[in-house]
Design a protein around this ligand. Sequence first.
Ligand SMILES: Cc1ncc(COP(=O)(O)O)c(C=O)c1O
Length: 459
Amino acid sequence: MDADGLRRLLARTAELAADHLEADLETPVSRPVAVTELVAALGGPLPVAPSDPLEVVEALARDAAPGLVRTNGGRYFGFVEGGVLPASLAADWLSSTYDQNPAFHVLSPTAAALELVCSGWLLDLLRLPPDASVGFTTGAQLANVAGLAAARGEVLRRVGWDVDADGLPGAPPVTVVVGEERHATIGRALRFLGLGERRVIVVPADDQGRMQPGPLRDAISDGPAIVCAQAGNVNTGASDPFRAICETAHEAGAWVHVDGAFGLWAAASPAHRHLVDGVDLADSWATDGHKWLNVPYDGGFVICADPEAHRRAMTLSASYLARADGGRDGTDWTPESSRRARVFATWAALRSLGRDGVGDLVARCCAHTHEFVRLLADDPEVTVLNEVVLNQALVRVAADDARTLAVAAEVQREGVVWLGTTVRRGVTSLRISVSDQATTDEDIEVAAAAVRRAIATTA
Ligand SMILES: Cc1ncc(COP(=O)(O)O)c(C=O)c1O
């Protein structure tokens, strides 16, 4: 493709992207579409001959459209889906344009520098130890794997076992303690690490899902031990009492890993910081950029107070892999070798928002969640099931599972907003998460009106 053609292609792509973002309010958040229709439109036999790149992009934009869910927009309240900050979106395009690989410093001194800069900024913003190490992962799932790998290596090293060299067969048993309401990705991380999803000791949680420190004391026995705590319960938004957990765990010589996919960001808001009091006392943390920081997928961070334990668990070497003195080799801190330079989008998010902007984003989402609930709460059929402390709310209709599911289905069918459901402790509820910087006061009014309409329609 010649230079003019490339310029036309990129300009048209930018136009298609802007059209998509501008169409936000006129288009349903999601609509029913059969995957077979999408496959038929996008598929067929593998093309034999090459196609004009411009035609390829036009076809993608046209044929993908019916199956796109507007998770990036102010009216999506499902799962915990952050949106995309404008600067982050543009920076992400550049990272693909530059096609940098941050595995090794020599492959991209710029990516290495951005990772160093963002490590410092993230630790500052999240108020974690300034000399902790940071790895840039796909998301909290792999950040949990990396943090728990560092934990496993270090607690075994302290009793004279090198798990990286000798593996787990014959190793002293590692006690893993988890809260009753841990996220599913903790279980999967334990599976990957050979620690076993079922071999854990489960500490009961209180009514908001917070691990209880009293029973934790009894759960940790002598020997290598890891405690998995949580910032931001995926249903209630509640965080564990970290100060008590860390004191108890550290007294017993255990390592504390915190899964804070979204809840760790409470530390960035002065008004919400108390919710994660003591979280800085832990040994490792997993969090996401693609949730509350509103960077595009994908982007997560593993953070470790013990950089040597982190590096030992992740690093790799081979004779052809050049190391630069004093450089940062990103592969030392993540479970991946080659990967995209997702740090570009993180750098742009942090640079464009600054400390105050991130704090405002977190506080605004929390205030919007409160307002959403307030606009529903005077309906006699509505019960709010959780203490709304962060950006998560659980709302039940008519004290009835089937009716609550019917309301969610009606909201989703109408397509003005989207929210999902959950089952917590056997009780079904609507699950509201406000995580997008684009959500406005008006969006919250529109969303509450949509839920109230669905309650009336399903009566
Ligand atoms: C508490 C918690 N941990 C881990 C995850 C997994 O995050 P990711 O899907 O980004 O890997 C989530 C996602 O919702 C979460 O809420």
